[in-house]
Design a protein around this ligand. Sequence first.
Ligand SMILES: [Zn+2]
Ligand SMILES: [Zn+2]
Length: 433
Amino acid sequence: MPTPNVRVMIAMLLIISLTSAVRGDDAVPNDPPLRWWKGNIHTHSLWSDGNDFPEMIAEWYRSRDYNFLALSDHNIMSEGMRWMKLSAIEKRGGDQVLPKYETRFGGGWVEIRGAGDEREIRLKPLDEFRNLVEDRGKFIMIPGEEITDSVKGKPVHMNATNLTALIQPLSGETVGAAMEANLRAAEDQAKRTGREILVHLNHPNFHYAITAEEIAHVVTERFFEVYNGHPGVNHLGDKDHPSIERMWDIANTIRLGGLEAPVLYGVATDDSHVYHGKQGSRPGRGWVMVQSRYLTPEHLVRAMKAGRFYCSSGVSLTSVEFDATSGNVKLAIDAKPGVQYTTQFIGTKKNFDGTSTPRLDKDGKEINATRLYSADVGAVLATSKELAPSYQLQGDELFVRAVVTSSESPADPSHRDQLQQAWTQPFVPKPTR
Ligand SMILES: [Zn+2]
Ligand SMILES: [Zn+2]
């Protein structure tokens, strides 16, 4: 029989252990502080035209310090019973795809049927394999889809992140109408299921299908890819088409300077298809860093809808601060030794020259491309070489954004002369009235 003192101690210990149980643990602390989570929300697997098994792709990202990954195959979600011919898998990814899968997960996991030319491997649904790769508080999978639409031969691709059911591409008379229809379908599903769904427009310069004006006018679309790691997406544009970054500034100038519409946020993604070292769209080139307390799809998507994230192709920021009242922007760069960083603050002022002219072909005929705008649109307002660059908005800007460029190339560049970068979201000054 313990003495009364010992009994009190035991009771106290019990209370302490109960409190710590209630107050969380290392993986999911009670009331955790805001932190950055790294993720890629545009990824392809064998479920559509990628060349690896989804759990192998998840492992690629998980083991490289990513915190979340959305598989976004073309017009399909990784669900249901699906077998794929080994010959088709090898044709796509080479003869090491299956041995690598078996080496990682073992014969007890990999499902094979048939023999000879008829050998088939089962593609596992997300619901089945996520239990193997997810790590609470560290790495989660988010269901996604690349709604792969087209309008009169122009590709209109939109990623939907955190879906529960497939959205069939709805198309339309125009690019804008197709985008709006797909956005409505996602919105309906979000309402019906009570989930946060994020839809972003993919690679607008792929086949030069979508103009900055079209993006600007679909005001229900809040996100587009300012960087996509696929080498075929014309990131820099050409003589008839502006770069993706310039399109971003044009679209936001139209939205904020004329339509009184919400700002368009930028997303960076891999659009990865190729996982075995071959030429093409390899993983690890572009990602988002999202500021959130919890690593759950809902918290991540809500943070992105609030603009609390930045994009990266290699540069890391430890903080991005914007005081909407004072108009002060302050960044802190997570600098690597021996590397130089240049930050440009880019924006459009309210009194910008809004004239634009169409682009013409050699016969003087108007071409279907983003129009030419004055240098006031997306002007470089300041440049800094500091590691804690800051900018004071004057209140006469429609928006100001920052892009940090490193002196280092990425390990695996996706376009010519590429340097590692980070892109903040546009900062919009608070209306004074
Ligand atoms: Zn696409
Ligand atoms: Zn894609």
